[in-house]
Write a new protein. Structure first.
Length: 394
């Protein structure tokens, strides 16, 4: 095996590595994997090394428990055991939210947890109602849909077949608290329940929702403000966390930019290859069959090296140019020469670039890496992307 031939364009492939556990030297383990690539002629200047956030956070031993979450929300919202807490717009996920909810309920074992869900789906597309349900029962967008309105034959998630309302009710009741779950798309509706504190649990819309709630209830925080300080913490708080063993959650990695920089510096120093590095999470992929938007992390990239920051991928629309030039009578040789010239010098606001909306380089590469690595048993936590940075990057 050797260097990929020049006729291959952008490519991405996974690198198998050993098992990473808390305390592993993830920088050195990634470096050793890249040494093998170099020895086989498969590492080049301009490659992007994509390291999944999960192995970085695991190596950092960045875990919190359900009790940690309960203690944090108690302190930050000044709760008592019999307090009434609101939870607004959580996503529907056993992996992403079930243990968080358990921690929130554990903080008020003699109180009540009021959960407001959006409909017909959460913010990442997990469906909780048929799309026309609210209209069929005469409910407007800002009105409450109760569990009684839903009846006994409740809608189940189209993929997992989970009844998330029942699941979330059970989690709350297991901690001793009362559960009150309803559906409404107006974020301020939850403030009508005379709550002692509110946790905004949405991912991408959290600041907008928090602003709406603070208009009437000042004692409110987002998930990003829980578990964002101390030894086991992340600047993203509970955002980007995943269920782990027992009652533990793995947080997003800490100081991911620094980890990316250390990997890059070691490769430059010891292998003499100038690569860029990203620490990636969920890719920004929307499944066309289910409508589920896979980005349950706050962003696709938790950390990156400086060479990727603020960069956008853009270019000319080859299909348009070929059709236009051919219709004007240009022969194949002239078409190819024109394409080469235009790709180096073009007006990004011109018709020639129409349909090639500039997108953040980090988001595109992270999404590509996530699709290649998947989240199951591929065993390739490092993805090498080749040829991407040789395109039009500004």
């Amino acid at each position: 095996m050797g260097k990929l031939p020049d006729y291959i364009g952008i490519s991405a492939f996974g690198i198998k590595m050993g098992v990473i556990i808390p305390g592993s030297d993830v920088v050195n383990m990634v470096y050793e994997a890249l040494q093998k690539l170099e020895s086989d002629g498969l590492l080049d200047d301009g490659d992007t090394i994509c390291v999944t956030e999960s192995i970085v956070a695991r190596a950092q031993n960045n875990y919190v428990t359900v009790k940690d979450i309960a203690d944090q929300v108690t302190n930050k919202l000044n709760l008592k055991k019999d307090s009434k807490i609101g939870v607004v717009f959580p996503i529907l996920s056993r992996n992403r939210f079930s243990l968080i909810l358990k921690g929130l309920a554990k903080a008020v074992p003699q109180g009540e947890v009021v959960v407001q869900l959006s409909h017909p789906s959460d913010e990442v597309g997990n469906q909780i109602l048929p799309y026309d349900f609210a209209e069929n029962i005469g409910k407007t967008n800002g009105e409450i849909i109760t569990c009684q309105d839903l009846g006994n034959n409740r809608y189940k998630h189209p993929i997992t077949k989970v009844d998330y309302i029942s699941l979330y009710e059970e989690i709350i009741k297991e901690q001793g608290a009362q559960a009150n779950i309803f559906l409404c798309n107006s974020p301020s509706k939850i403030t009508e329940f005379k709550l002692d504190g509110i946790v905004v649990s949405s991912v991408h819309n959290r600041q907008r929702v928090l602003t709406k709630i603070k208009e009437t209830n000042q004692n409110s925080i987002t998930l990003q403000e829980l578990c964002n300080e101390g030894d086991c913490s992340s600047e993203w708080g509970l955002l980007g966390s995943n269920i782990s063993a027992g009652d533990k959650l793995k947080l997003a990695p800490k100081a991911a930019d620094e980890v990316a920089r250390l990997i890059q510096e070691k490769v430059i120093k010891d292998i003499n290859k100038k690569v860029e590095v990203i620490i990636y999470g969920d890719g920004a992929y929307c499944d066309p069959t289910t409508g589920i938007y896979e980005l349950a992390d706050p962003k696709p990239t938790f950390g990156m090296t400086d060479g990727l920051k603020g960069k956008y991928r853009e270019g000319v629309k080859y299909k348009y140019l070929v059709d236009q030039l051919y219709s004007e009578g240009a022969d194949l040789d002239n078409i190819e020469k024109t394409l080469q010239a235009k790709s180096k010098d073009f007006d990004k606001y011109s018709i020639e670039a129409e349909g090639t909306t500039p997108r953040k380089t980090e988001d595109l590469i992270a999404s590509l890496a996530d699709l290649v690595s998947g989240s199951a048993d591929a065993g390739t936590p490092v993805i090498v992307v080749k040829g991407f940075l040789n395109g039009r990057i500004n």
